[in-house]
Design a protein around this ligand. Structure first.
Ligand code: PLP
Length: 501
């Protein structure tokens, strides 16, 4: 008898291969058709098949969660509650003291919400301390809604910057004593993968009456992140935001796990159907129930349930196991990349001193990041991201020594255009499905490019945005996938089967 899938000893291996699109192939500039090596998981991860299957099965019962009586409505509401429960469980948050809510299509929505709500909760505390490492999503909302944002510097020196500097953080908390509303920090960087000591940060913040808002969108899929590392209350994170599309559930919402007391009292930030007890022409009464009061309007039921299923599947494998496997690949990638002449890795990369997750940003001496990314794609089918990764202040800080070396006059009219191709990096990021073969392809592509960089450069033109375009090889997106043609195919299947799905 085959083992029950719930306890399959090889569940980890089964899941790693259960991603949709692992066999996607493209024709390359040299005419070869090869498998895509997807190393852009920090942007969005691929879809976990079993989680998608749960959402597809739910479609058989699809209904609105705000309907209550009929069979399908009850099924939908229960499944949606289950998804919230999975989020709380994933970080081991006490459901009596924390709530999980879904919003938007990634963590940008909950982070904006938190910035607005926390500012309204304690207007007398008008300072937010925000790390220099942040993605714009955990920076600009605080700039917009907190009275004043003070940046928290990082340890080390560029290009080997480290984590948030706890000594300086403590000094800033002292300096702004009684005025710091919260500290906002990412659990792991989307540029370097560097992990911040978020529980130490929480303890420091709490000792000064400040809350801590953690952007965990680059962390949750890669390593365990409990709400408190030791169980001590003072080390508990107050708010944890995340993106479902970075957790193997494309199409799912953003989410947040938040200490209830941060949301209680005031009126919820968004109002509408589903979050009120009674509405009269002159007034209305908001429900006290969580998460209902945080989720006005019809929710993204299917996405949330798909996300809940992905979280559940990851927990069955165990995040420690997933983390350990990724670290093995990461060590190899860092070691081999560091040995490539002319490769520069950003952020401290001694994993003992500066723990990181599976995201590596690098440049190759004398080669624009746009050229590197284009050649890796067009000739090696390696999908990486290049640019500043929506973390401009951090990337500029990491690049400072190199940009200085360029010796450009910042006041010259064309300085910005000349700087553009050099102001950025290439980023390779791993997911549960990444295998050695993907790392091989990346490293082979880099070595090939370095060996023939002049030949490759001659094949490309650069546009005003700093993007590189092949002179003769074009693969327009609509020739690779066209939604209307996909619909044509679906309709053809429909007519062939006489309308039976
Ligand atoms: C660290 C980090 N924070 C926030 C975001 C924004 O997430 P989303 O675009 O899903 O809202 C990203 C996305 O790349 C990210 O990497």
């Amino acid at each position: 008898m085959s083992p029950c899938p719930l306890h399959h000893p090889r569940l980890f291996d089964l899941l790693r291969r259960n991603f949709l699109s692992l066999d996607t192939c493209y024709r390359l500039a040299d005419g070869r058709v090869t498998r895509r090596h997807y190393l852009d998981s920090a942007a969005s991860t691929l879809a976990l098949g079993c989680a998608r299957a749960v959402a597809d099965e739910l479609l058989q019962h699809y209904a609105n969660t705000h309907s209550t009586l009929h069979f399908s409505a009850r099924i939908a509401s229960r499944a949606y509650d289950w998804a919230h429960g999975q989020a709380l469980k994933f970080v081991r948050a006490d459901p009596d003291r924390y709530t999980a809510f879904f919003a938007g299509s990634g963590c940008t929505a909950p982070l904006n919400r938190l910035a607005r709500v926390l500012a309204a909760q304690r207007p007398e505390r008008s300072v937010a301390l925000v790390s220099l490492m942040e993605h714009h999503a955990n920076d600009l909302p605080h700039r917009k809604h907190a009275g004043r944002v003070v940046p928290i510097p990082l340890t080390g020196a560029a290009p080997a910057l480290g984590t948030v500097d706890l000594t300086v953080l403590e000094r800033l908390l002292e300096q702004h004593r009684g005025r710091v509303n919260y500290v906002a920090v990412s659990a792991a960087s989307n540029v370097t993968g560097i992990i911040n000591p978020v529980h130490d940060i929480a303890a420091l913040a709490h000792a000064h009456g400040a809350w801590v808002v953690v952007d965990a969108s680059q962390h949750l899929a890669h390593a365990p992140l409990p709400i408190s590392d030791t169980g001590a209350l003072e080390r508990e994170l107050d708010a944890v935001a995340f993106s479902g599309h970075k957790l193997y559930a494309p199409g799912s919402p953003g989410g947040a796990i938040v200490r209830r007391t941060l949301l209680e009292g005031g009126e919820p930030d968004e109002v509408g159907g589903g979050m009120v007890e009674e509405v009269h022409p002159s007034d209305y009464r908001v429900t006290a129930r969580f998460p209902d009061r945080e989720e006005a309007g019809t929710p993204n039921l299917l996405g949330a349930v798909q996300l809940g299923a992905a979280l559940n599947a990851l927990q069955r494998v165990g995040m420690e196991r997933i983390h350990a496997a990724e670290q093995t690949l990461l060590r190899r990638l860092l070691a081999e990349l560091a040995s490539v002449p002319g490769a520069r890795i950003y952020g401290g990369f001694d994993l003992e001193r500066t723990p990181r997750l599976g995201t590596v940003a690098f440049n190759l001496d004398g080669l624009e990041h746009g050229l590197v990314a284009a050649v890796l794609n067009d000739y090696h089918n390696v999908a990486v991201r290049n640019g500043c990764f929506c973390a401009h202040p951090y990337v500029r800080e990491l690049l400072k020594p190199e940009l200085w070396e360029l010796d450009l006059d910042p006041d010259a009219g064309d300085a910005a255009a000349m700087l553009k191709p050099w102001q950025g990096m290439v980023r390779a990021s791993l997911g549960l499905y990444t295998v050695d073969e993907d790392i091989d392809a990346l490293l082979a592509g880099i070595r090939d490019l370095l060996a023939r960089s002049d030949d490759y450069r001659a094949l490309y033109v650069i546009d005003a945005d700093g993007d590189f375009h092949h002179r003769t090889f074009h693969a327009p997106a609509e020739t690779l996938f066209d939604p209307e043609m996909a619909l044509d195919r679906a309709l053809a299947r429909l007519s062939a089967t006489g309308g039976v799905l």
